[in-house]
Design a protein around this ligand. Sequence first.
Ligand SMILES: *Cc1c(COP(=O)(O)O)cnc(C)c1O
Length: 491
Amino acid sequence: MIRYISTRNSEHKVSSAQAILNGQAPDGGLYIPDDLDAIRLDYHDVIGDAGSSYDFRQMAVRVWNTFFPDYGEETIIDLVEKSYRDKFSKEEITPVSKVGDAYVLELYHGPTAAFKDVALSALPNLLTKARELCSFTDETLILTATSGDTGSAALCGFGDVPGTRIIVFYPEGGVSETQKLQMVTAPGSNTQATAVKGNFDDAQTGVKKLFKEIPQPAKGVSLSSANSINIGRLVPQVVYYFAAYRQLLDMGAISDGDKVNFTVPTGNFGDIMAGYFAMKMGLPVGTLVCASNMNDVLTEFLETGHYDRKREFFKTTSPSMDILVSSNLERLLYYICGEENSKRYMKELSENGEYQISDEELRSIREVFVGLAATDEEGSKAIGDVFAEHHYLMDTHTAIAWNCHEKFDSSDTAANVILSTASPYKFCRSVLKALGEEAAASDYENMLRCKEITGAEIPSGLRDIFSREIRHTDVIECDEMKEYVISKSQH
Ligand SMILES: *Cc1c(COP(=O)(O)O)cnc(C)c1O
């Protein structure tokens, strides 16, 4: 049975339930399966054979069961059902659309209109069960730093879940009006959305520090995480790589066994790391294209092996990718470089803000990953061009991936899937500008205008945020986070 180890100490081994409950390992490392060979299987076991193809939920059962063996299959069937019943507006959960000669995997048909719903519909159920499996009686306080989309998806997922409370920290001024409204109007008696005076990296660094410093901020209260540092968030994302493959087969776009490339709009390296796990499970994956915006720290890293966070931070029109410290890269580094080296790199990153991996390590990473980047202008042009040519509307994050897909090696003949991570309605202002329209001052008007132009339905989760009561108004300094969490933990 697979166990979970910390990337910073392979001696620290826990069950999957414990890993999900803890969120982050006590030494500051991330939990990963101790044995990648143990997750390997015949991918037909996940997607089904030609005569009996599986749907998203059936695939989820097989993937979760592989990663979370201590839950038991019966329990997993029940948790998958609870997680996805009536929450997504599409039957397929994550449908694939053919756009030109590429395939767009739409991950945004959940309650908050971004791909994070796929995992955050699942995590509260996995966590609640983990509490039970570990006979854990403390209240679980979820702390989450968000670049915009995790916040609303996590507030939505954890709202009124018994035994839990959640505080979301978002960068003040670093999220769109729609994203902010989604968070500050979040219902639930156990929810809190708080602005931090800083950028996403400041908020994430602050949260990571709290896990080390105050794992129990009050008696009877323990911290956990809804960020993609929690393995319970990463694994539900593995499923849609299989679901995409299944759909490409059913569409006749590929033959069974063909490799498929995935282009992933990347921030914290979580989504694309899930693709790596899918590949390690045995899915025929060609290249994982890591698409970045102007915050192209990963592009340089995948080109040169030099990770350097000491660079200008750009606020872009794809804010959920405005990240300079991509946490999940630590998981990949552990597998590629081993414990000692990856630990050293993480230490160098925190002390000097940079590290350099060896040529051999870089070569090994580049067998799977390619890093490309696009500017706001290139993304904007992609939105306009794709709409003009195919009448298909993309959001600003998907557009970055689209442009990187176009820059990717044209001699590679594998089918290309572009992960679409947010509904265009979440970023109406930028999308309208990309279509050559004037954007109005309020996102509400922009949303209506987008609907007029495209005829596409406004996602139900976005329709009412402009009329909901604003419930969360706190704004704090980064160095006040600790006190803030302690005071919120008192009953
Ligand atoms: C979070 C997010 C991303 C980045 O995903 P990571 O897992 O952090 O790499 C990309 N696009 C959107 C819309 C997001 O919300």
